[in-house]
Design a protein around this ligand. Structure first.
Ligand SMILES: *Cc1c(COP(=O)(O)O)cnc(C)c1O
Length: 379
């Protein structure tokens, strides 16, 4: 089946008992062991019929053996990092999500799991960071907020050659645009809070493993650590997923148009978007993903213009998060990257004049008018 059809029919597209057009929300914490037709459910932390359909669906969509749903993207990422043990060393992209950076530097470091952060777009830097104790590589592409492109097949090959795990955060692209397990990655993690659910009304995380053996280790952690996704949220995420393709296509069309127009404004110093030919790594991105996505960033001429711009914009939310039906503007320096020390932020190129825009499903012309007006342009 083509991806769009799988979105509608993956997992379970109808209730096997009644033929209902959707799977029921099994709001149950426990299951009577005597009277069930299926006896493999016993307690919802270990497995729930609604969550299981979601987990099966996302495994199919990412071409993996096992899918697992967690209470948030960070719960998914932290649970995945529990695959590692004291003394293990990790290599991670320098511009991974702020929460991932915080987990690695302030939580897993206390468990004696050390991480070296490198520019993951620089092959040599990644190779040179490997040590005998290195057990995993964690990257994100495109990265947040500068949409830097990491060569994913290179990272997957490097990990395989060294017998270590490769993990990628695929939140920005979703499996609609990029399927890293087919490029050789071992594990894909997601904040399903973003495009996968798509409606800014659920917090959720996913982990998909290419091989069942890795999947079983992760399932053990999911059940043992217990950061599972709730039943109601599993159902909402299943519903959101069905429209992923049409939402991503429409949002991407808007993002392409806005990136081009913003790029031509004198108030805008620079636009970061893999859909622009001038974007560093756009050529690599086009070989590993089928589209540039719906998130772009741009740097304005000054921090003061940035402040007034964020005050004046009316249509987009000004908030953390992305990937909703509504456009969302964010200010990385004070929001998503506030957890990263100022010194580190500077090194990453996240200036105070940088703004990130997650393009939603409004008419792009309305968005354009609003952005222009917020920049002080007259019509
Ligand atoms: C939001 C986000 C996360 C964290 O997910 P939560 O659902 O907020 O816990 C991780 N990675 C990326 C790329 C994100 O955008």
């Amino acid at each position: 089946m083509q991806f769009k059809s799988r979105l509608i029919h993956a997992g379970a597209d109808r209730d096997p008992f009644t033929g209902a057009s959707g799977i029921p929300v099994y709001m149950a914490s426990t299951f009577d062991q005597r009277h069930a037709v299926r006896k493999d459910f016993d307690y919802t932390r270990s497995g729930n019929p609604t969550r299981e359909v979601l987990e099966t669906a996302v495994a199919q969509l990412e071409n993996g053996a096992t899918g697992l749903a967690f209470a948030s993207g960070m719960a998914a990422i932290s649970s995945t990092l529990l695959l590692f043990s004291p003394g293990d060393h990790l290599v991670a992209g320098r511009d991974v999500y702020g929460g991932t950076f915080r987990a690695l530097t302030q939580l897993f470091s206390r468990l004696s799991i050390e991480t070296t952060f490198v520019d993951s777009t620089d092959r040599q830097a990644v190779e040179q960071a490997l040590r005998p104790q290195t057990k995993g590589i964690f990257v994100e592409s495109p990265s947040n907020p500068l949409l830097k492109i990491t060569n994913l097949p290179f990272i997957a090959d490097l990990a395989r050659e060294n017998g270590i795990l490769s993990i990628v955060d695929n939140t920005f692209c979703t499996p609609f645009l990029q399927r890293p397990l087919t490029l050789g990655f071992d594990i894909v993690v997601h904040s399903a809070t973003k495009f996968l659910n798509g409606h800014s009304d659920v917090l959720a995380g996913l982990v998909i493993a290419r091989e069942q053996e890795t999947g079983e280790k992760l399932r053990f952690i999911q059940n043992t650590f217990g950061a599972v996704l709730g039943v109601q949220d599993s159902w909402l995420l299943l519903r959101g997923l069905k429209t992923l393709a049409v939402r991503m296509e429409a949002a991407q069309t808007g993002a392409r148009e806005l990136a081009l127009r913003l790029n031509a404004l004198p108030e805008v110093r620079r636009v970061f978007y893999p859909g622009l030919e001038s974007h560093l790594g756009a050529d690599i991105h086009s070989t590993q993903a089928s589209g540039p996505g719906a998130v772009l960033s741009f740097e304005l001429k000054s921090p003061s213009l940035t402040r007034t711009f964020l005050q004046r914009a009316e249509l987009p939310l000004v908030s953390a998060s992305l990937g909703g039906v509504e456009s969302i503007l964010s200010h990385p320096a004070t929001m998503s990257h506030a957890a990263i020390p100022a010194e580190e932020r500077k090194k990453l190129g996240v200036s105070d004049a940088l703004v990130r825009l997650s393009v939603g499903l409004e008419d792009p012309e309305d968005l354009w008018r609003d952005l222009r007006r917020a920049l002080g342009k007259q019509f």
